[in-house]
Design a protein around this ligand. Sequence first.
Ligand code: SF4
Length: 199
Amino acid sequence: MSKISYVYGDNLYLNITNRCMMSCPYCIKRKWDNKFRGDNLKLEREPSYKEVILAIKDPKEYSEIVFCGYGDSLVNVETVKEISKWIKDNGGKVRVNTAGLANRYHSRNILPELKGFIDVISISLNGSNPKEYNEINRPMFKEESFNEVVKFAKEAKKCVPKVVITAVESLGFDISKVREIAEELGVQFKVRPYLTDEN
Ligand code: SF4
C-alpha cells in the first residue's frame, strides 16, 4: 500500500503528490521503483487534506514535518498551505523541499501565500548555469529554469524565515559554484549525498 507519510530520523515526511516539474535522470524513484526505505511512495491518488492530517496526528512529536516524497509538493500549493497552517496551529515546525519552479509553474508568486505557515524552504539547485542545470535535471522550462530557481530563492527570503539551497554531490557539476550562488543570495547552503542504497 502506498504511503502518504513516513518517519525518518526525528522528522515526519509527507508524500502528497508524485507530480514534479523536473524529470531528473538520477531520481531515485525510478531506480528504486518508487520505494524509499521500505515504504511504497507511489500514490494511487493524491491524498486529501483530512487524510494527511490524520496521518500526522500530533505535529509536536516530530522535529520537523517535511513536504518531500516523490514529487514536488508545491504543485499542490493550496494543499500545502492548508496542511502547513494546521501544523503551525498545532505546535509543529514545517519544512518544504522543492525544486524551486513553483512560481513559474503557477504563473504567479506563490511565496507570499505561504508566509507564516512554513519555517524552512529547501530548494535544490543541481547545476551552476542554465545549460548545465537543464542537462542534469531535465526541468519543464528547459534552460529558462535555472534563473527561475535562483529568482525563487531570492523571493523566498522575503517570506520564509530560513531558506536553504541544496546541491547533490557526484552529479558532475561544480558544487562550489552553487555554494557561491547561495552566498551571493544570502541564503544557507547544504550538500546532500547521492543516495545509492535504498535502505
Ligand atoms: S525533483 Fe526530485 S522528485 Fe522530481 S524528478 Fe527530480 S529527483 Fe525526482
